[in-house]
Ligand binder design. Structure first.
Ligand code: HEC
Length: 148
């Protein structure tokens, strides 16, 4: 008899301690993170000279004409893309997105995203984040200030 009472008591104590500890846990649970008001995605400033190297290494010029003083980069292939000279007027974030999401967004008149198949290849697995940032800095430089 006594033993049975002891077991019942033990179960009660266990139940109470579980309830108490879950209450403590609930009180200590961190509040979920919130996006700060006014937040907007922004790309850091890159190095245009490094971006030019990326542009050359990735052979972006095989589809995009861009004027770089001292270099002939006007080769065009069958899948030619828009000329990128005037792109310095576009926001950095737009340029980055148009490279990352080839090509759900296209600013060039006359170019449309072909169904199912992006005319431009996929570069996300080839570009380091810093390379993308520098590439955008290079495109932002445009031809006015002159790419070094
Ligand atoms: C095989 C050809 C090809 C290569 C290589 C290529 N592109 Fe493209 N690119 C295109 C085409 C075509 C478009 C137009 C949109 C589309 O059809 O996908 C385009 C669009 C773009 C756009 C957006 C234009 C707009 O109007 O919004 C940017 C920026 C761009 N390319 C940059 C690059 C960069 C940087 C590289 C090198 C890392 C590169 N491209 C390599 C063919 C190419």
């Amino acid at each position: 008899m006594n033993q049975r009472l002891a077991i019942v008591l033990e179960i009660c104590v266990l139940g109470i301690s579980i309830a108490v500890s879950s209450l403590i846990w609930a009180a200590a649970a961190p509040t979920p993170p919130k996006v700060p008001s006014g937040w907007k995605f922004s790309l850091p400033d890159g190095d245009a000279t490094a971006g030019k190297t990326v542009f050359l290494n990735m052979k972006c010029y095989s589809c995009h004409a861009i004027e770089i003083p001292g270099e002939k980069l006007t080769m065009r292939s069958k899948g030619a893309g828009p000329e990128l000279n005037g792109y310095s007027v576009l926001p950095k974030e737009y340029l980055a997105e148009s490279i990352m999401k080839a090509h759900t967004v296209v600013a060039a008149p006359g170019y449309t995203v072909k169904e199912g198949r992006a005319a431009m290849g996929e570069y996300n697995h080839l570009l380091a984040v810093q390379e993308l940032v520098d590439l955008v800095a290079f495109l932002k430089q445009g031809t006015k200030s002159g790419a070094k």
